[in-house]
Each structure stands twice: as structure tokens, then as C-alpha cells.
Design a protein around this ligand. Structure first.
Ligand SMILES: Nc1ncnc2c1ncn2[C@@H]1O[C@H](COP(=O)(O)OP(=O)(O)OP(=O)(O)O)[C@@H](O)[C@H]1O
Ligand SMILES: [Mg+2]
Length: 267
């Protein structure tokens, strides 16, 4: 574990222009994006399809380079992927030829952890996500929700300071999705860390987040920040009945459906 202060992220005037190598045609995915993420904050990003959310996460992960602006973690520019940032994708991305335990152990192996310690760590995180007894199963032997829990355990086992999640629960059924959201909430509430979470679901964003960044249509930028002032600990059933939940959902829905264009802070 690093003894540095928890990671905060500062993004300023970020730009990403993709250039088609064959036609030289340019696609401006992101322009003028400003966003500050406090240490241990749970930030969701919501916005229209194609507005640059995945691009933004990939840049935070160090998998793509910005074409302009600043992107700092701990005050330092992001130049490459690092163990301080972990990613969970929509489609699990588990290695099909490895068991659940081996999938979770994979990153720890790369880090050079001894075998016994790796196994103990993998089993601990698999237990946390409710997969005790499934350590030796292959992904094809697990349901979609279970596979996504393995992916979550794998990301958590590497103890990244920042967890980047791109619509991680989009491809599971509605009930599994709620149980995964509650699981993530419990894990985050017991061991907070910085999470950047992309979703298309207003309900999910309201339930999970400390604040929601609403992106404009492409070129994407952060058009509005909506703080989520719901009480914690958060449990799905209790929050469904909370009057503020409905208000926040309405507010976000109006922003997303209205195709917001106003700059941050302007009503
Ligand atoms: N590798 C790439 N090469 C060229 N253009 C790309 C590439 N990746 C994304 N784009 C373009 O950048 C824009 C933003 O794409 P991105 O995948 O970041 O959007 P998104 O907000 O994640 O959308 P969705 O909600 O549908 O997942 C789109 O216009 C897309 O066509
Ligand atoms: Mg995307």
C-alpha cells in the first residue's frame, strides 16, 4: 500500500480529438472539460451516447492521450497506466481460460506477490463479493452477475486508489444490478476510495454517487455537477422511499433529456 495521500483528480480544459488515419477526418470527442474529483469521492458520469465518457475513463486510465488540457492525479500528469488506477468494464473482460481465483490473482502476480499471499488475497476479495465456494470455477460456469462480481473482486484486490468503472452493471438483469450496486456501496462505505463511474442510469447514479457530473453532447464537457445529498449508509429499499431520491432523479433526468448546454453553475 502506498502511504501517499488519497488520490484526487484535477482535469482542466481537457480535449481529445480523434483523427482517422485513412481520411484525416477529425472527431472532437471532448473539448473544454473541467472536473475536480476529491479524494475518496464517488463520482458518476452521465451523458448522451458518444459524448466521450469512455474516452475520458480511458484517458484517466492512461490508455489514451489527451490532445489538449490537463489531467492530474496527486498533482502529477497522467502519462501511462498505473497500479494506482484500476478499471472495470461493462463486459467483465475475464480471462476465459482462468478460474475465478486465477482471474483475481492475475494482477497480483504481475505485481510480484508470492503465491500463498496471492491466493489468500484473491479468496478474501472473492468472499467479500459473495463468491466463496466458486474460486475454482471458470467464467463460463458463472452467471453474468457472478462474472461481474469476479471482475469487481479483481479490481479491488489490486487496491487501486482510483477505481474507474465503465457501465459495469449494464449487462446484468435488474435484480442482480441492484444487488451489485448495494455490494459496491457496502464495499465503498467500509473502505472508501476514489471511484469514477460511468452510467446511463439516473437511478444508479443517484443511489451510488457523492456527486454526478452531467456531460453535454459531443464534444463532451462537464456541463453540470449535481451533489447527491442523500444519507449514508445507503440501502436500496430505504432510499427508494426517501423523498429526496425522486427529486434528484427528476433533476438529473431533466438535465440529460434537455440536452444541457449551459456552462457549470449556470441554471
Ligand atoms: N478509437 C477511436 N477512434 C476514433 N474515434 C473514436 C474512438 N473511440 C471513440 N471515438 C469517437 O469519440 C466519440 C466519443 O466516444 P466514446 O466511446 O468516448 O463515447 P461514450 O460517451 O462512451 O458513448 P456511449 O455512451 O455510447 O458508451 C464518438 O464520436 C466516437 O465515435
Ligand atoms: Mg462508452
Amino acid at each position: 500500500m502506498s502511504d501517499a495521500a488519497p488520490a484526487g483528480v484535477v482535469v482542466g480544459d481537457l480535449e481529445k480529438v480523434y483523427v482517422d488515419p485513412r481520411t484525416a477526418e477529425e472527431v472532437v470527442a471532448i473539448r473544454g472539460l473541467d472536473l475536480t474529483i476529491e479524494p475518496n469521492e464517488f463520482v458518476s458520469i452521465i451523458g448522451p451516447s458518444g459524448c466521450g465518457k469512455t474516452t475520458f475513463l480511458h484517458m484517466l486510465a492512461g490508455l489514451r492521450k489527451a490532445t489538449g488540457g490537463r489531467m492530474l492525479v496527486h498533482g502529477k500528469p497522467i502519462t501511462r497506466p498505473g497500479a494506482d488506477r484500476g478499471m472495470v468494464f461493462q463486459d467483465y473482460a475475464l480471462l476465459p481460460w482462468k478460474t475465478a481465483r486465477e482471474n483475481v490473482e492475475f494482477g497480483l502476480k504481475i505485481k510480484g506477490l508470492p503465491a500463498a499471499e496471492r491466493t489468500a488475497t484473491a479468496d478474501r476479495y472473492l468472499r467479500q463479493v459473495g463468491l466463496d465456494g466458486f474460486q475454482n470455477k471458470y467464467p463460463r460456469e458463472l452467471s453474468g452477475g457472478m462474472q461481474q462480481r469476479v471482475a469487481l473482486a479483481r479490481a479491488l484486490a489490486n487496491t487501486p486508489e482510483i477505481l474507474l468503472m465503465d457501465e459495469p452493471f449494464a449487462s446484468v438483469d435488474a435484480l442482480t444490478r441492484i444487488s451489485l450496486q448495494e455490494l459496491l456501496m457496502q464495499l465503498w462505505e467500509s473502505e472508501p476510495r476514489t471511484i469514477v463511474f460511468v452510467t446511463h442510469s439516473v437511478e444508479e447514479a443517484v443511489f451510488l454517487s457523492s456527486k454526478v457530473a452531467v456531460f453535454s453532447a459531443r464534444p463532451g464537457r462537464c456541463a453540470r455537477i449535481v451533489p447527491i445529498d442523500l444519507p449514508r449508509p445507503r440501502r436500496w429499499a430505504a432510499l427508494q422511499a426517501h423523498p429526496r431520491t425522486a427529486e434528484l432523479r427528476q433533476e438529473l433526468l431533466a438535465l440529460v433529456q434537455g440536452g444541457i448546454a449551459a456552462p457549470v453553475g449556470v441554471a
